[in-house]
Design a protein around this ligand. Sequence first.
Ligand SMILES: [Zn+2]
Length: 151
Amino acid sequence: MRPNSRKSLIKPRSQAFQAQGGRCYYCHLPMWQANPEQFAARHGLTLGQVQALRCTGEHLVAHKDGGGVGHGNIVAACWRCNHGRHARKAELSPEQFKNHVGKRMKRQGWHSEGLHRLKGEGMCPDRARRGAPSDTNFDTNRCVLVGARVR
Ligand SMILES: [Zn+2]
């Protein structure tokens, strides 16, 4: 990704993140946008593990093929899926890649060990409420805990 295209992605990426309930377009695992520590703590993962679940903006029609950042062309995808798609020799279309990831997810061969279980759990609001301190609320739009202690 070119550095100057990065900034313009922030808003559409964050809109896509909300529209997708905080889940990756391809693998459907929950992602984090700005707070890996909180995300790791909430899901019982290490900071190293959650790097793969950083929310990135993914062009459905690639930038180089004329795809812009307009509504509908940007989806939120985790780092692993975003890089996995573009690292392929022959780049798959978004639909093909979604199928590819879906098959790998089924046999738990896409993400590193420990991450696949996030998919089997309920949607993250339930998950977060269950383990959340009583003085916090869950913001279902942003898929984050509100009022949690900040370290
Ligand atoms: Zn993903």
